[in-house]
Design a protein around this ligand. Structure first.
Ligand code: HEM
Length: 260
């Protein structure tokens, strides 16, 4: 519902979603791109397309430009009337969550374990800050287990140790999710998991869990299957908690400001 685009009010006690700790690292350019798209749409067709629809379409277009599938985005979402930083961490999976915790969260939104696996394939592009990877690198108990949940390729471990020291590292350093093809939206994520080259502990754990391992293997074999199931899961995710009409929503003119 585009509540992430709202700017915090200087005089308000409660920060907006954008300023929650988990969202702090989203670059300013990402917001600016959405705001530019909204301004262009408003100039041609004022008051019709919500910021929420622009966000959903932008995500689809980016995925497609990076080599991924082009899926249909249903339109007609309205924007949310509230944006609260305090609602963010409880609704986001964390890099140190267990698969059961992630599943519980996804289930609470109507998503399945298969959706978790298929949507996690989005980690075929992009980067993570070191702080989210430290548990994967330095959790010695599990890295020592050759086939444990946190099993890690020795070359990846060496590289990550260099980029992300346990203490005193630069907190702006980021490492690619998919070391083989970081800029291409493909199914390499799943092959990486099979090769113990998942970046987050949660990524790698999907290959260890007997419920999800066969799904990973099937997606690693078949890129078309990944693209098809990913498209369906994105449509499903894009329909969660959709607001419609004036009672529950608004159509913002400026994506960063509520209407009232
Ligand atoms: C399943 C549980 C998930 C966990 C634990 C998780 C966790 C994370 C973490 C810790 C980061 C790094 C953020 C940063 O350092 O700035 C990240 C990045 C990212 N995540 Fe996830 N994520 C999950 C699911 C998803 C889903 C469902 C999607 C989309 C369908 C997604 C798409 C992305 C993308 C594209 C990035 C890269 C962002 C960038 O390069 O700036 N993730 N995720």
């Amino acid at each position: 519902d585009a509540s992430i685009l709202i700017a915090s009010k200087p005089d308000s006690k409660e920060l907006a979603e954008k300023d929650a700790l988990d969202n702090k690292e989203i670059p300013q350019e990402a917001y600016e791109t959405i705001n530019k798209a909204k301004a262009l749409v408003e100039a041609k067709c004022p008051g019709v397309v919500s910021c929420a629809d622009i966000l959903a379409i932008s995500a689809r277009n980016f995925i497609h430009l990076a080599g991924g599938p082009y899926y249909d985005v249903k339109k007609g979402r309205w924007d949310g009337k509230t944006s609260k930083a305090s609602r963010v961490s409880v609704n986001l999976p964390q890099a140190n969550s267990t698969i059961d915790e992630i599943l519980k969260l996804f289930n609470s939104k109507g998503l399945t374990l298969e959706d978790v696996v298929v949507l996690s394939g989005a980690h075929t592009i992009g980067y993570s800050h070191c702080k989210y990877v430290l548990n994967r690198i330095y959790d010695s108990k599990s890295t020592k287990q050759a086939k444990g949940p946190n099993n890690i390729d020795p070359r990846l471990l060496k590289a990550l140790t260099m980029y992300c020291p346990k203490n005193g590292g630069n907190e702006d350093v980021v490492v690619p999710f998919d070391v083989t093809t970081p800029f291409t939206f493909d199914h390499a994520y799943y092959g990486n998991l099979e090769a113990s080259m998942g970046l987050l502990a949660t990524d790698q754990a999907l290959f260890f869990d007997p419920r999800t391992k066969p799904m990973i293997q099937a997606l690693a074999k078949d890129e078309q299957k990944f693209f098809q199931t990913f498209s369906l899961a994105m449509e499903k995710m894009g329909s969660i908690g959709v607001k419609r009409g004036k009672k529950h929503g608004e159509k913002r003119k400026d994506c960063t400001l509520h209407m009232t």
